[in-house]
Design a protein around this ligand. Structure first.
Ligand SMILES: CCCC(=O)SCCNC(=O)CCNC(=O)[C@H](O)C(C)(C)COP(=O)(O)OP(=O)(O)OC[C@H]1O[C@@H](n2cnc3c(N)ncnc32)[C@H](O)[C@@H]1OP(=O)(O)O
Length: 301
């Protein structure tokens, strides 16, 4: 599966408007102009007007002229994040995008009780990877928002990842709750949660997917490894969604895939009033474009 196909799909929704928080960043402006070159989206860029205009003039000024890009000045990154979040809260735009602002800053605005994007559900990060040698997307959750989710939060994190998977055509995703081993060991809490999540799935408490674990990463993604260990499971060797036990595991897995495996990635926060494009600030313009396309595909569901 190619993330490029999400860009093609996103072109059906040219009227989606995206609020970018702290857009004063070369890779962000590159991603915005790439989206417009691909005929999707309209953008409101919040942040330092002078810096944004300067970056735009190096790219493609025609979009500012034809109204596809508007700039709204903000005096600080916090203000840019708040203004962008408020625009989504007021239904003025369909998608929020993190620009050159720390993740915690934008997420605090998103969680604001007065003008934020809460829905009563857990919000969580869903990263969709295209990894060389795999004929399916590998979805990792949660690498960026929930620090140490409990069992109930993990169940909701799975539900969010399943909704993203369905939006990109994976109808009944296979979910592997990851641990260090594939057996339940009371000394390793991740294995207990994994077994309980599997039971909750069998009882219909987690729907539209197949959950089976605990699984170690190799057993989850390699049929050979699973067979070698004699693991009988509908998920082993063919997991679509990798549920990590905590943010450190998820973040390291995300960055290992990008830096060691040169995987392509698109990522969003799901469960909020609208999809939120959330990549690492160091991620490439290409991955920001894929994230925008992923957000458009999930917003249109
Ligand atoms: C992978 C590429 C990108 C990256 O590398 S990102 C880098 C790593 N990520 C980060 O640094 C962000 C990690 N997370 C955090 O810092 C914090 O959890 C976060 C999201 C900022 C929230 O922090 P605080 O504002 O201190 O939150 P808190 O725990 O005191 O809770 C405040 C209120 O918000 C609620 N909340 C927190 N997380 C939530 C969630 N996931 N979904 C829904 N609601 C959530 C929480 O229940 C609380 O609500 P209430 O005020 O009690 O009604």
């Amino acid at each position: 599966m190619k993330l490029e196909s999400l860009v093609t799909k996103a072109t059906q929704y040219e009227n989606m408007t995206v609020a970018v928080a702290a857009a004063e960043d070369e890779e962000v402006i590159e991603a915005v102009t790439m989206a417009l070159d691909n005929n999707f989206g309209q953008f409101i860029l919040y942040g330092d007007r002078e810096k944004i205009s300067q970056l735009l003039s190096q790219k493609n000024e025609k979009y500012a002229k034809n109204g596809k890009i508007q700039i709204v000045h903000a005096n600080s990154k916090v203000q840019a994040a708040e203004l962008a979040v408020k625009a989504v809260h007021l239904n003025e735009v369909n998608i929020l995008m993190k620009g050159n602002v720390p993740t915690a800053t934008i997420l605090k605005a998103v969680l604001n009780k007065e003008f934020g994007l809460r829905t009563g559900k857990v919000l969580s990060h869903v990263a969709v990877f295209e990894v060389a040698g795999y004929d399916r997307y590998i979805i990792v959750t949660d690498a960026a928002m929930n620090i140490a989710p409990d069992l109930e939060q993990k169940a909701q994190i799975i539900a969010n990842a399943v909704s993203v998977a369905k939006a990109i055509g994976v109808e009944k995703p296979k979910v592997a709750p990851l641990a260090a081993v594939e057996v339940v060991n009371p000394a390793m809490p991740a294995t207990l949660d994994a077994a309980l999540l599997s039971a909750m799935n069998k009882r219909g408490q987690i729907a539209d997917c197949i959950v089976d674990g605990p699984l170690a990463l190799d057993n989850a993604v390699s049929m050979l490894a699973a067979e070698h260990k004699g693991i009988e499971s509908e998920v082993a060797g063919r997991a679509d969604i990798l549920l990590v036990p905590n943010i450190e595991t998820g973040n390291v897995l995300y960055k290992s895939l990008v830096y060691f495996a040169h995987a392509k990635v698109g990522a969003v926060i799901a469960g909020a009033k609208a999809p939120i494009v959330l990549t690492s600030r160091a991620d490439s313009a290409e991955s920001k474009l894929y994230s925008l396309a992923l957000a458009v595909c999930t917003a249109s569901k």
